[in-house]
Design a protein around this ligand. Structure first.
Ligand SMILES: C[S@@+](CC[C@H](N)C(=O)[O-])C[C@H]1O[C@@H](n2cnc3c(N)ncnc32)[C@H](O)[C@@H]1O
Length: 250
């Protein structure tokens, strides 16, 4: 289950505000949207994608079960004076909208079955799924394979169920800035899937870092993120997909 901590919030906040990753991701998604669309950003996390999607939508409902994550979005909404984002805190399975959304975005949130069940119940238009399109965990020192919820796996699931979809692959730069080498070590210790993350030290991470090009931070971890985007219509989802008493474990 995804758990936000003050440390992980600070790191992602730094990275999100440093780069144009979410702006570019929203640009990609916007190709599939239309004027006046009412979107839900499902499992929005800190909400940096919601902020960018709001530029293309009549309204964005940003839902997450983490109040701590939503606090960051709430601060940014006030700071940027954005008026078309509504925050909803809670389990999305239990938060159906009063009137179904036109489109739902699932960015690194949920497996295929869970997303389809939510879309079938809560959306009358398009679902846009953003998935990892790589197999190796990016922030482990040793090699660690990812199988969960990848782009390939999701496409296979949809093919198996004979559900029509459009897909595209692209990559976006999403690096991580650090104020100190210590901070970089903490980052790898937090995100690595190595057996003994506590053994990660400065020597293991130093060669991965460059001097921060912006000069605002001390170090920078360059990282290209390969992504897959899947678009499908709610009406193409068969009846067998429905919401049961369960929670998403992302
Ligand atoms: C991997 S993060 C992705 C965050 C964001 N979409 C992004 O790409 O930056 C998954 C998010 O889903 C939220 N989440 C997990 N299960 C949930 C549920 N059942 N209902 C609402 N939010 C949920 C977590 O709190 C977390 O913020």
């Amino acid at each position: 289950m995804y758990q936000w901590t003050p440390h992980s919030i600070r790191l992602l906040r730094d990275a999100s505000e440093y780069s144009d990753y979410y702006k570019k991701l929203a640009e990609r998604i916007s190709v599939y949207l239309w004027s006046g669309v009412r979107i839900c950003d499902a499992g929005c996390g800190l909400g940096y994608l919601s902020l960018e999607l709001a530029k293309y939508a009549a309204s964005v409902t940003a839902i997450d079960r983490s109040e701590k994550a939503l606090e960051v979005l709430s601060e940014n909404i006030q700071k940027l004076k954005i008026s078309n984002i509504t925050l909803r805190s809670g389990n999305i399975f239990k938060c159906p909208p009063t009137s179904r959304y036109d489109a739902m975005v699932f960015c690194f949130f949920g497996n295929t079955e869970e997303s389809l069940a939510i879309v079938r119940e809560q959306c009358e238009g398009k679902a846009i799924l953003i998935k990892k399109d790589y197999d190796e965990h990016r922030f482990s020192i040793g090699p660690h394979l990812l199988h969960h919820y990848s782009f390939e796996k999701t496409c296979c699931d949809l093919d198996e169920k004979k559900i029509c979809y459009q897909k595209e692959r692209f990559s976006l730069h999403f690096g991580q800035p650090f104020h100190s080498l210590e901070d970089a070590v903490l980052f790898f210790q937090t995100y690595s899937q190595d057996d003994h993350p506590e053994r990660i030290d400065e020597d293991m991470v130093k060669h991965k870092l460059i001097e921060d090009p912006s000069g605002k931070y001390s170090y920078y971890l360059p990282s290209e993120k390969r992504l897959g985007l899947i678009v499908l219509d709610s009406e193409d989802i068969p009846d067998e997909f429905s919401i049961h008493e369960k929670t998403i474990d992302t």
